[in-house]
Design a protein around this ligand. Structure first.
Ligand code: GLN
Ligand code: ZN
Length: 763
């Protein structure tokens, strides 16, 4: 068996420590630079990453984890899955990623349970290997003095993502060829990522895994094979891989269990989390490492580090006590290296991971009874050294206040109920008097350059709060006037005060910290800066009320208040792990309930609580899904149940893959549900048609700069009217308008209002 370096990571961030790739991509797309310039930036970023990893003492360096846009798209190119219609484009790669004037891009969706988006491969009649990128990066690293382990998405996951596992035989031909080429290149190990194997897999799919790796294992001259499965436990796929000829397995030992003995295999023990930003407890990690029985045990991360920011360097705005408990990608590499040293020497680690004092949960708080069984801290199940009553590693350094306001577990999941819908609907009708086919928007209006510049100036201290607030008020007034002129029925203030729908609330709630440069790639050049939930969440004062009240003061028409829901706030944050996720979510819900009550008291009669990330946190294994949906729905209802009967609660969801969770969406019990559907058409419509409350399937695809024609919008409205009575149907765009321009928005909304009025008149 070939040996493996003693420490490695499964992948690394690639957007650049200062988002260099983002800027390079955007200037290439704008035509200011050439493809060669872009490639040069990519090469610099790769070189800097390898150098840095080596400098930090990491022994096993990956290659191929860089991508100009997306690793699944790269795999599609590797396998020749470039649909014919893109081949003539000036730059087929980016045509697939982003579309062109005449071509829609490939469909994009979320990568397992993360907020990273990949492009869904579309397979052509045949596969054809194009190994240029994989081999190119191996050679590039070698020229810099580094031997690397190329990382490629594995055949089973690739085909499952493409929805075409039946094409396994064909695609394996390409992988065989690739292995031969890598062997000829002198590559010792190749990593094949198979995250799809940590979800439930049918016997036929497991048989495909067996067949695939038996076949790749029997390629005569090949590198050693490392199959990497992450985001959970391999479960029933583990024995299949254990019995296969693959030489190595990379296991997620943060979320998954220590495996039974794997004689003769190299096991990459993923004990440093790639999904959280907390320091690893070295004692716990070492306990896990020492419990793994295998041919060789290598210290690794649980998954690629692409899901965490680059480095804590420069984050001096964080409270020192918090900062000392954090580890971003660079710091995590340091942990991997140190753990490998401890494992090799048999030395003992320091007993306390961070300088913060140990937490003492409030007496009777649910922490002590539920945290170790929660999906939020599965780490404890993987640790053979910590008894079940020990909290997850992070609690040792957390700041749980003894005065915690968390309710007992029994009330956390009891979904509070409002009056029956019929009662609410009558009260709302009397109070609001809205017409059938009422028109509205999803919340945000275009964010102007002036606004973004002002926000930057405010952060830099060159603009006063008062001047900034005055600008926000002008933007609100503008948005209100535009909506009145266009004739919308329910107005919004336009969200000009928000940089981001989660970050804004994080900045105004206790228990959250925000970073200066903690960017994480969301897709392509898009990054988010997830806030960090490190303590008990509370709302010290109203957050959005002044803006909503101001907007309402400008108009006779109802203005809809706009909040981000509890599940979405936790989904798009890095969450403390010493409390179960459901309890943190519940705390956020309590804080939002206060905001709902205050908006209502301020005279706001319609309040929208967005939950676009409800689907994202759905556990990968079916066994855990019902439980999640129950507490997620309960949290939403906790946030909204304070609304009086006459206050109309709206919710909003994005993404066509909401189909899987429609029963839960119905369970939110919102008076009106708006949902993205302009592109997915009848499928989503059929799914939601059974809802008995208000429904607003999107009739304007806001993702594209195109202004839809009246005929297009009319067709969507007609299709909706076939399934939903006019009295309950709302006419609205798919999502918020903040990425569009005012001229686009005004044209599209004019169409929407015209179509709605015509449809109303025709009834
Ligand atoms: N209210 C938000 C907006 O309009 C909703 C965004 C979202 O669903 N992602 O921008
Ligand atoms: Zn949306």
């Amino acid at each position: 068996m070939p040996t493996f370096p003693s420490s490695t990571v499964l992948g690394y961030p690639r957007i650049g420590p200062d988002r260099e790739l983002k800027r390079a991509l955007e200037s290439y797309w704008a035509g200011r630079t050439t493809r060669a310039d872009l490639e040069a930036t990519g090469a610099e970023l790769r070189a800097a990453t390898w150098r840095r990893l080596a400098e930090l003492g990491l022994e096993g360096l990956p290659s191929g984890t860089f991508s100009l846009y997306d690793q699944v798209l790269d795999t599609a190119v590797l396998l020749g899955a470039v649909p014919e219609r893109y081949q003539e484009a000036e730059d087929p790669y980016f045509a697939m990623a982003r579309g062109t004037d005449g071509l829609a891009p490939l469909r994009m969706t979320k990568w397992f349970d993360t907020n990273y988006h990949y492009l869904v491969p579309e397979l052509g009649p045949a596969f054809k290997l194009d190994s240029a990128k994989v081999l190119g990066e191996v050679r590039e690293a070698r020229a810099l003095g580094f031997e690397t382990r190329p990382v490629v998405l594995g055949p089973v996951t690739f085909l499952l993502l493409a929805g075409a596992l039946e094409r396994l035989e064909e695609v394996l031909g390409c992988y065989e060829e690739l292995l031969a080429e890598l062997a000829a290149e002198g590559v010792a190990w190749v990593q094949l990522d198979e995250p799809a194997l940590v979800a439930d897999r049918s016997p036929a799919e497991l048989e495909a895994v067996r067949a695939a790796y038996d076949r790749l294992g029997s390629v005569p001259a090949r590198p050693a094979l490392l199959v990497a499965a992450y985001f959970g436990d391999l479960g029933e796929a583990l024995p299949v891989l254990a019995a296969s000829p693959v030489e190595g397995l990379a296991l997620d030992l943060v979320r998954g269990a220590v495996p039974p003995e794997l004689p003769g295999k190299v096991v990459l023990a993923g004990v440093v989390s790639g999904r959280e930003v907390w320091r690893t407890d070295p004692a716990r990690a070492l306990g896990v490492l020492r419990a793994v029985r295998a041919g060789q045990v290598v210290v690794s991360t649980s998954c690629s580090l692409q899901h965490v920011p680059y480095s804590l360097a420069g984050e001096d705005g964080l409270a020192p006590g918090l900062r000392a408990r954090l580890a971003f990608a660079e710091e995590k590499v340091g942990e991997v290296v140190e753990l490998a040293r401890l494992l090799a020497t048999g030395d003992n680690p320091p007993t306390v991971p961070g300088p913060a004092p140990a937490a003492s949960p409030a007496p009777g708080s649910p922490t002590s009874t539920t945290s170790t069984t929660s999906a939020a801290s599965p780490a404890s199940t993987a640790s053979p050294t910590s008894p079940a009553s020990t909290a997850s590693p992070i609690s040792a350094a957390s700041t749980v206040s003894p005065a915690s306001t968390v309710s007992p577990a029994s009330t956390v999941d009891g979904a509070p109920a409002r009056s029956p819908y019929a009662v609410r609907a009558a009260a709302q009708e009397a109070h609001l008097g809205l017409p059938p086919l009422a028109t509205t928007t999803i919340g945000s209006f275009p964010q102007t350059g002036e606004l973004r510049a002002a926000r930057a100036a405010l952060a830099a201290g060159t603009l006063t709060d008062a001047d900034y607030d005055a600008l926000v008020e002008r933007e609100i007034e503008h948005a209100i006037r535009v909506q009145e002129r266009l004739g919308l029925d329910v107005l919004v203030h336009g969200e000009p005060e928000r940089n981001d729908m989660v970050q804004y609330f994080a900045e105004h709630l206790d228990g959250f910290a925000v970073t200066r440069n903690g960017w994480v790639q969301s897709y392509g050049s898009r990054c988010t800066r997830p806030p960090i939930i490190h303590g008990d969440v509370a709302r010290p004062r109203p957050i959005t009320v002044r803006w909503a009240r101001y907007a309402q003061s400008l108009t006779e028409r109802p203005v809809k208040g706009m909040l981000t829901g509890p599940v979405t706030i936790v989904a798009w944050s890095f969450v403390r792990t010493d409390l179960p996720l459901r309890e943190v979510t519940h705390q956020v819900a309590e804080a939002l309930a206060g905001e709902v009550a205050d908006l209502q008291d301020a005279g706001i009669s319609i309040i929208q609580v967005d939950e676009p990330a409800l689907r994202e946190l759905l556990p990968l294994r079916a066994a855990a899904q019902q439980d999640y949906l129950a507490w997620a729905v309960a949290a939403y209802r906790r946030a909204t149940a304070v609304a009086a009967d006459r206050t109309q609660i709206h919710t909003h969801l994005c993404y066509s893959d909401a189909d899987q969770i429609l029963a839960a969406v119905d369970g939110l019990d919102a008076d009106v549900t708006t949902i993205e559907s302009a592109r997915s058409g009848a499928r989503i419509l059929d799914g939601v048609a059974g809802f008995t409350r208000g429904l607003g399937p999107g009739v304007y695809d806001i993702h594209s700069p195109r202004v839809p024609s009246e005929a297009e919008v009319e067709a969507l409205v007609e299709a909706a009217l076939e399934r939903v009575p006019a009295g309950r149907l709302w006419i609205n765009p798919d999502c918020g308008l903040k990425t569009r321009t005012y001229p686009q928005v005004e044209a599209a909304l004019t169409t929407l209002v015209t179509v709605a009025r015509r449809a109303r008149a025709g009834r």
